[in-house]
Design a protein around this ligand. Sequence first.
Ligand code: SF4
Length: 352
Amino acid sequence: MQIDFTKKLLAWNRNQNKRPMPWKGETNPYRVWLSEIILQQTRVEQGTAYYEKFVAGFPTILDLAKASEKEIFKYWEGLGYYGRCRNLIATAKKIASEFKGHFPSSYAEILDLPGIGPYTASAIASFAFGLPYAVVDGNVERVLARYFGISAPVGSAAGKKLYTTLAGDLLDKKNPGIYNQAIMDFGATICKPQNPLCNICIQSKNCQAFQQGWINQLPVKTVPAIRKKRYLYYFIVPAGEDKIWIRERTGKDIWRNLYEFVLWETGKIIPQGKIMQAPFFKKNFGKLDFQIQYISPVFSQTLTHQSITGLFVHLNKPLFKLSGYQSVPRKSLQEYPFPKLITDYIKILPAI
Ligand code: SF4
């Protein structure tokens, strides 16, 4: 049954798989790595433009290693999950300094790079170096769970072990890159999460989910965590001469290395009329007799474990000193990397 699965999958890949992706068949490890890091939490449709932008802007890993962090974050802006960008920078620097700019070619060395787990290491090892490591991502887990009728939850330790072992057994060891790409494409285009195309599927004869009517029950998922709610009030504080105060985020919180306006985080939505009475406002702006000139509509952004509500509060007059912040010309804001929530607002920033 396992050999039959692999044979049919490879035949489908040869004759019917038409899924286009700019990095398909790519064997340059730098480009494979770039595409895999971009796609870690991003859909192919969104990731493609970023991949092409990075390849054009930083043709080699040494170009990336030499670039400033601000520039790289600007390229990454809008992709989210900024930890990936920090790992990208750390990996580029590590390869430049420890491997003289040559991407390491063993699975263990690849796995040791920042931000690379077993999936990404297997993808790079198989696509770029032809090494026999099977990828296990959401697409692969779904195909295997349905075809073999596996009820172990995909996020559980037992599930991970089972899917990894099975994927390794099914792998075509002579053509691991082709096989890995084929099973991911198969999951993305045929054995889709919703409405899989079972009626045209080459695996349907031996597929347990299809034969037993379990398609909507498999794969079994672990219960998602409840999202924490956060409320961010950004004060747009003029700094004179058409400048605005911003700062780089530091610490261990979300969006580290991205920029932001003067931030006040609250535990709930504050009625507009009460913002000027709040201790944060009184402490920072009250003594200087600031007034609120404009409050934006609500902006929101959903992260894996957090749901963010943001509002932008414009003050009426400039502040000439603000510790921890830097003043930048309003027209230069586009040069800084911001979280999506703020980028969306900058696009429509009123000229107040
Ligand atoms: S028959 Fe349906 S559920 Fe089974 S592998 Fe094919 S597409 Fe997936």
